[in-house]
Design a binder for this molecule. Structure first.
Ligand code: KIV
Ligand code: NA
Length: 278
């Protein structure tokens, strides 16, 4: 498949073809995201923090860690548009700092676009990046980087004010030049409404079936772990069981000495050479 561009996404949106986005965190997961022509966007999500680095939340992830992983994802990505999350703290201090940090992601990690969590308050920053030529994806609704100030990971937009604020934010971010926005954890009615109000495509996660596209965390959809499953996650595979069974069988075979097989799984030496050696 040809490289997905911003114009590919807007024509998909015009034709109402659902946009498929998946997260990746390293070279093999990037290859996986590129393994079908049906994927459109690969996101190096800051869920990297929990999924790969064992951190309790995304707020502790550093820009250097994001760059390190993004470089590997870039090497494994073929057709999908490559977007990286800007880590917490890398875009809040000033628009200037945000631009410098976004430029690091472009120049050191070779991503094509960046994603920022936030509403109308970050619109000037979005504008600054877009004016510099960096495509920006917005992220509204539940913003995991704000989990402490929000007292947890909660569905957003369930009150009149909260729903109104979401629409206000979405329009401000579109006006600032964002090419798309993630909409996380809102009632399905609001997911539909915000999609209808915007010209840019919405990528939903826990936002119901009527957004312009969907995104899931790769490890959630592949079932590589068996912890808490959010309501919006569907497991399309159960890799954890397959993987752990493989590890167990290997360890068993080492213990009972059935691995490696001397005939088929080891090397030989010419017996005459061996005799001289002895
Ligand atoms: O970090 C992440 O994985 C994300 C997506 C789930 C949207 O931001
Ligand atoms: Na994220």
């Amino acid at each position: 498949r040809k490289k997905v561009t911003l114009s590919t996404l807007s024509s998909m949106n015009a034709k109402k073809t659902p946009i498929t986005m998946i997260t990746a965190y390293d070279y093999p997961t990037a290859l996986a995201c590129s393994s079908t022509p049906l994927t459109d966007i690969t996101l190096i999500g800051d869920s990297l923090a929990q999924v790969c680095l064992g951190l309790p939340s995304t707020t502790q992830l550093t820009l250097d860690e994001m760059i390190h992983h993004s470089r590997a994802v870039t090497r494994g990505t073929t057709h999908p548009l490559l977007v990286a999350d800007m880590p917490f703290g890398s875009y809040q201090v000033s628009s200037e700092r945000a631009l410098l940090n976004a430029l690091r992601l472009i120049k050191e990690a070779h991503v094509e676009a960046v994603k920022l969590e936030g509403g109308a308050e970050i619109a000037p920053t979005v504008r600054r990046l877009v004016d510099a030529g960096i495509p920006v994806m917005a992220h509204i609704g539940l913003q995991p980087q704000k989990h402490t100030s929000l007292s947890g990971y909660k569905v957003q937009g369930r009150s009149v004010e909260s729903a109104r604020r979401l629409i206000h934010d979405a329009l401000a971010l579109q006006e600032a030049g964002a090419f798309s926005t993630v909409v996380e954890a809102v009632p399905r009615e609001l997911g539909k409404y915000v999609t209808e109000q915007l010209k840019i495509p919405t990528i939903g996660i826990g936002a119901g079936p009527w957004t312009s596209g969907q995104v899931l965390v790769l490890n959630d959809l592949l079932g590589t772990w068996s912890g808490h499953k959010a309501k919006f996650v569907r497991r399309f595979a159960n890799l954890k069981d397959v993987r752990d069974a493989g590890i167990h069988k290997y360890a068993e075979a080492v213990r009972d000495q059935s691995f490696p097989d001397p005939e088929t799984e080891s090397y030989t030496i010419d017996p005459r050479v061996w005799e001289r050696f002895l």
